[in-house]
Design a protein around this ligand. Structure first.
Ligand SMILES: [Zn+2]
Length: 186
């Protein structure tokens, strides 16, 4: 079953779609709900291809994260630990894909969100010149929704985001999101 939460229905659609597995989405919703009235978040792990990202693992905030009603800073060591563990367990497959955090107030990405994605786009550590952000937004209906964004052209732009129950075949070779050739530091 496919549920389309947001879609760019324009001719100039970006060649990026974020697909989130149902368990990964459900975990974001659980973490976001538990943190109310504050924000929470973390990093997302999965695979990337030329056309988009498949997110299969949600990593939570970590014990040293800072939570406020309109701010969130994840525990960097905790995120790093989880990303490295998944890299080791599936060499060349699972890797860091995106940042995520919740917005208990139904608002669009903030200037802080834009600035932090800009910093990631310029950081050689992340190797993500076009980084991805997933926002978990509490709608007025009381339900959580996911929206996807990418930072390019000096601003955050919304991209299509789909939650899927389907197991993706994995026939496409996993690549590394937006990684420029030769830019891997390892
Ligand atoms: Zn935000």
């Amino acid at each position: 079953m496919w549920r389309l939460f947001s879609m760019l229905g324009r001719k100039r659609a970006l060649p990026v779609q974020i697909t989130v597995t149902h368990p990964a989405a459900a975990k974001m919703f659980r973490i976001a709900q538990r943190a109310l009235p504050n924000e929470s978040g973390g990093v997302l792990i999965g695979t990337c291809s030329e056309t988009g990202a498949l997110i299969s693992v949600t990593v939570g905030p970590g014990p040293k994260a800072l939570h406020g009603p309109t701010s969130f800073t994840r525990d960097g060591e905790y995120a790093q630990l989880h990303v490295e563990r998944h890299r080791r367990q599936s060499p060349g497959q699972l890797d860091y894909v995106a940042e995520w955090h919740s917005h208990p107030l139904p608002c669009a990405p903030s200037p802080t969100d834009s600035a932090s994605m800009r910093a990631i786009s310029r950081s050689p550590e992340y190797r993500r010149p076009i980084p991805l952000l997933v926002l978990c937004i509490l709608a007025s209906s009381g339900a959580w929704e996911l929206r996807g964004y990418t930072y390019r052209g000096r601003r955050l732009q919304e991209v299509a985001l789909v939650i899927t129950d389907a197991e993706t075949s994995g026939s496409e070779e996993a690549g590394h999101c937006n990684t420029e050739p030769g830019s891997r530091a390892e």
